[in-house]
Design a binder for this molecule. Structure first.
Ligand code: PLP
Length: 393
């Protein structure tokens, strides 16, 4: 018996346990001080009424012999897949109901999609980025090429002629940097992928936070993308589904590699290894896409975006370099005075009683940077900015 030894190559993830340890130490030394957490990547506002009502109705259906549901289609009920198609249609993107796959969230699909690709493929991953891309590829034993985000490219790396790879991850708006690719920049990626027959795995988990109408909220707004990209989306941050669990992935019919339809391969994979998302959750997700649901989730997103704006305004005033914050719940700042990510973590904790996330936790190129999130309560965000303004960096 041999284990998958690639798992032994994974680095332990100390990030959040080390943050918790440092916060506990501080609290033991200063029990009377109130700490503000601007590091959380989880939402704080509850599910909106349209979703709650729909789920209540679905619970009643499940308790009635006439309307009870057992197994559903693995790729999701048609009512929800149609709602997703309608949502895309509003963006001017026409997709077929059978190009949409409902899942229990983007994290699962982003990891599981690798099942349909050979391990020999070279994968390109931006640094810094959401750590799931790196770890799932290490587990599969795939060769990883990192492309660097930095101040010069605003943490939006682009391919050059020499860049060679088969699969590339693009996350826009990005976690942790909050940076968003423009249409022109995404076109460069699409053209690059079409030329090499590579596949783009486009993570649009934060698309609903984009405020600027000129910025693309889907890779399919770029001509040619349906022949080279799979798009992953989630209701987690969009509609507060982090604990409820629902997302969707679009695999276009046009996307073929090695004479095989990736849509068919993914359908085969899902129907074999996945048994679908609960009916009650799918009814809740369907309600997100109704007129009332969209209005209600927009109010919540606006609340977080206003929080992000308060943080961004303060950093602008203080002359601290940052990305994100306008079209994303994340603000990625350069640590003042060339502090390292962890030095700034300690500085902020001890001087301002604020907890954030050290950038180094998202990749080597995150060293010297820091992530703040806008998912907190307004009062806390405002108070945190007062404290930062009063601090001498
Ligand atoms: N993609 C990115 C960039 C994320 O930041 C997250 C969650 O933080 C996910 C995907 C996962 O989302 P889900 O809750 O749908 O699994």
């Amino acid at each position: 018996m041999k284990i998958n030894s690639n798992y032994l190559k994974l680095k332990d993830s100390y990030l959040f346990s080390l943050i918790a340890k440092k916060v506990d130490e501080f609290r033991n030394q200063h029990p009377q001080k109130d700490i503000i957490r601007l590091g959380i990547g989880d939402v704080t506002l509850p599910l909106v009424p349209a979703v709650v009502d729909a789920m209540h109705r679905a619970v009643s259906e499940m308790g009635n012999a006439e309307t009870f549901k057992g197994y559903g289609e693995e790729q999701g009920y048609a009512f929800l897949r149609q709602a997703v198609c309608n949502y895309y249609a509003k963006k001017g993107i026409m997709i077929d109901i059978d190009e949409v796959f409902i899942s229990d969230g983007a994290k699962s699909d982003l990891g599981n999609i690798l099942d349909i690709f050979d391990t020999d493929n070279k994968v390109i991953i931006p640094d810094p980025v959401y750590p799931v891309y790196v770890d799932t590829n290490i587990m599969a034993g795939r060769e990883i090429i990192f492309i660097n985000g930095n101040v010069h490219n605003n943490f939006l790396p682009l391919p050059d002629e020499s860049l060679d790879g088969d699969i590339v991850y693009i996350c826009s708006p990005n976690n942790p940097t909050g940076a968003v690719y423009t249409r022109e920049q995404l076109k460069i990626w699409v053209d690059w992928a079409l030329e090499r027959q590579a596949v783009i795995l486009f993570d649009s988990a934060y698309e609903a936070f984009i405020q600027d109408n000129n910025l693309p909220t889907s890779i399919y707004q770029i001509p040619g993308a349906k022949s080279c990209a799979i798009e992953f989306c989630s209701l987690s941050k969009t509609a507060g589904f982090t604990g409820t669990r629902c997302g969707y992935t679009v695999v276009p019919f046009e996307l073929e590699r090695s004479n095989a339809s990736l849509n068919k391969l993914w359908l085969r994979r899902q129907t074999t290894k996945f048994n679908g998302v609960p009916y009650i959750v799918q009814r809740g997700a369907e309600a997100v896409f109704t007129e009332t649901g969209l209005k209600q989730i927009k109010d919540n997103i606006d609340y977080y975006i206003d929080n992000a704006g308060i943080i961004a305004d303060t950093l602008t005033e203080l002359g601290i370099w940052f990305t994100g914050g306008r079209n994303s719940p994340y603000i990625w700042l350069k640590c003042p005075n060339n502090m390292s990510s962890w030095e700034f973590f300690d500085f902020l904790l001890y001087n301002c009683k604020i907890v954030g996330t050290p950038g180094i936790g998202f990749g080597n190129k995150g060293e010297g940077f820091f992530r703040l999130t806008a998912f907190g309560k307004r009062q806390n965000v405002t108070e945190a900015m007062v404290r930062i303004r009063q601090t001498k960096f």
